[in-house]
Ligand binder design. Structure first.
Ligand SMILES: Cc1cc2nc3c(=O)[nH]c(=O)nc-3n(C[C@H](O)[C@H](O)[C@H](O)COP(=O)(O)O)c2cc1C
Length: 236
């Protein structure tokens, strides 16, 4: 089978891990693979917390309701959508464009797009601009073909969760390709975990926690089931 497809088809949500060392180079490869996922406007609106110290891992595992994959994993990766990073991201990209020799015109174009993006995406204090922006966009949409951007804070978190989830999938496939296994988990106490990591509810939302390790020799997965092809695919 194709080298990229092979780990995609091999990956399973593994429920029990054996203790294993994850060398720093492997950890960095996994995280870099995550960071290479596509994201809307290339905003990369996330931060990954790689929890490996035994004491911190124990706390995070407990906040994952003591689930077996969390308790036995070598590392727990908390994938957090970070909508507070957008300004710094666009500034960082401008700096990179300058250093990389992009023309002034290209940099100005990017700055303009980033500014429009920030205006569209920022809900404003207490979300007061959200409703106003929604009404304006909805009105324009009545006669113009137009994709509705996210306007409320909830909508912006939903937007950020898409990019974060794609990065999570890259992360799991990379782990698999490097001889490790993973389990994505949504079963966690978000409020307590956010507090433990020092996150702010204004800017951060935990999307999932990914347990990473080596599948236990004593563990065997149940066969993998997927809905029929026709039930999930429409070819037009
Ligand atoms: C967003 C998300 C949340 C999940 N949450 C949990 C979880 O809390 N605990 C768990 O054991 N598995 C969890 N899973 C794993 C799924 O149960 C698993 O992917 C699914 O049953 C299909 O199995 P497979 O990945 O081995 O093909 C989660 C998967 C995803 C994508």
């Amino acid at each position: 089978m194709n080298d990229i497809l092979e780990p995609i088809f091999r990956r399973r949500a593994v429920k029990v891990f054996d203790p294993v060392e994850i060398p720093q180079e492997v950890r960095e490869q996994i995280l870099n693979a995550a960071r290479h996922a596509p994201s809307s406007f290339n905003m990369q609106p996330y931060r990954f917390y790689w929890v490996q110290s035994p004491a911190k891992r124990k706390t995070v595992a407990k906040l994952c309701m003591g689930q077996k994959p969390a308790e036995t994993a070598t590392a727990l990766v908390v994938a957090v959508s970070d909508i507070g990073s957008m300004h710094a991201t666009s500034r960082g990209q401008v700096e990179w464009m300058r250093k990389s020799g992009f023309s002034d015109e290209k940099i100005r174009d990017y700055e303009r797009t980033a500014k429009v993006g920030r205006i569209i995406f920022m809900p404003g204090p207490f979300g007061i601009f959200g409703g106003l922006k929604w009404s304006i966009f909805r009105l324009v949409n009545l006669w113009k073909t137009f994709g509705m951007p996210p306007v409320s804070r909830q909508g912006i978190f939903k937007w950020a969760a898409k990019g974060t989830s794609l990065a999570c999938q890259n992360l799991m496939i990379a782990a698999e390709a490097l001889g490790l296994h993973s389990c994505p988990m949504e079963g966690f106490d978000g409020r307590r975990l956010a507090k433990f990591l020092g996150l702010s509810s204004r800017h951060h939302e935990i999307v999932m926690v990914i347990a990473i390790g080596r599948k236990s020799c004593d563990y065997s997965e149940t066969p993998q089931w997927r809905r029929p092809f026709e039930a999930t695919v429409t070819v037009l």
